[in-house]
Ligand binder design. Structure first.
Ligand code: PHE
Length: 338
């Protein structure tokens, strides 16, 4: 065997023995590197007799090419091995049994929200959804609450740093009442709807959260009176709490968008909360100016509206005393409703 053939055989053996990429690259340097055996040989060609240079140079280059081919082959083989090893290690046994799903449940506020929808649907109310980022006009002005009127501070809200092309500015809605006007403008009487959803106020303590939920109710037709409000709301409470053993009272109050206005209070006639009056909703006959903003003639149409706190209802139903529990995400609390 010629010296060059020996060299190729040595390289083959060395590459074959290299068990990983780093070792292989070291072996490569020994043969093909700057001071590798082949490079030295090529350098020496220059010193040869001119007649021999060409043939000797070509022989060495052929050997070099052969070694390079061996190197590529081995590199590829090592890469394949590596991939195969990963595939084997990371294989997923699809025949193994699953881990099973944890029991999940709806949040108590969501449950309450669904329950409210169900009850009002059964009484013929539509259910509507509206934007949480609301124009100042819808949140206040359309509801007979003019700019700079002190009653606006009843619902101190979060303003959004944006004005649309008509100069309206926006807030995170402080109540669901804008839905009265939004919905009425898109429908014709009789208008009978509830609009549950998230609302926001600058407020935070055991019974107030900066984000909370309300459900708005609205019934407008030719002759819907306060008596209808009493009937509908009392029926709702009886169904919601699954008892007729409760009292409801309408306490005079003020809202710019209703006249007359009332707070709705309720008290259980038995149980741990027996006899304690609890405020659960604002309400009233829709103010004629608001009826006009709905695009209706207040001489022909009238009706009631109410806005109730969903958390309040949930707290009463489940006997929860701190509203913040709803939003802390503590599973020990939440699991009780699963
Ligand atoms: N929007 C009022 C509030 O958030 C509640 C309300 C709704 C009162 C509808 C009257 C009629 O306090």
């Amino acid at each position: 065997m010629s010296e060059l053939e020996d060299l190729v055989a040595n390289a083959r053996a060395a590459f074959q023995n290299a068990a990983d990429g780093a070792t292989l690259e070291n072996e490569k340097a020994r043969f093909l590197g700057k001071s590798g055996v082949l490079t030295e040989k090529l350098k020496a060609v220059g010193k040869l007799d001119p007649a021999l240079r060409k043939t000797e140079g070509a022989r060495i280059n052929r050997a070099k090419e052969a070694i390079e081919a061996l190197l590529h082959e081995r590199r590829q083989a090592l890469a394949d091995l590596h991939m195969q090893k990963r595939l084997d290690e990371e294989a997923i046994d699809v025949t193994l049994p699953g881990r099973g799903r944890a029991m999940t449940g709806l949040h108590p506020v969501t449950r309450t929200w669904h329950r409210i929808e169900e009850i009002f649907r059964s009484m013929g109310f539509d259910v509507a959804d509206g934007p949480e980022i609301e124009s100042d006009w819808m949140s206040f002005t359309a509801l007979n609450n003019p700019e700079n009127h002190p009653a606006r501070s009843m619902q101190d809200t979060f303003y959004v740093d944006y004005r649309d092309s008509s100069g309206l500015f926006y807030n995170l809605r402080p109540h669901t009442s804008p839905m009265q006007v939004r919905y009425a403008r898109m429908h014709t009487p009789p208008i009978k709807v509830i609009a549950p959803g998230r609302t926001y106020r600058v407020d935070s303590d055991a019974t107030h959260s900066p984000m909370f939920h309300q459900v708005e109710g609205l019934w407008i037709d030719e002759a819907i009176s306060f008596a209808d409000l009493k009937g509908v709301y009392t029926t709702f409470l009886q169904r919601f709490f699954e008892t007729e053993d409760l009292k409801v009272r309408f306490r005079p109050s003020f809202f710019p968008f209703t006249e007359p206005s009332a707070e709705i209070d309720m008290a259980f006639s038995s149980g741990p909360l027996k006899g304690r009056w609890l405020e659960i909703s604002g309400s009233g006959q829709v103010h004629p100016s608001v009826v006009r903003n709905m695009g209706l003639d207040p001489e022909s149409y009238m009706g009631f509206a109410f806005g109730s706190g969903i958390e309040r209802l949930a707290m009463l139903r489940y006997g929860i005393t701190d509203l913040r529990l709803f939003y802390e995400g503590d599973l020990r609390f939440l699991r009780q409703f699963a």
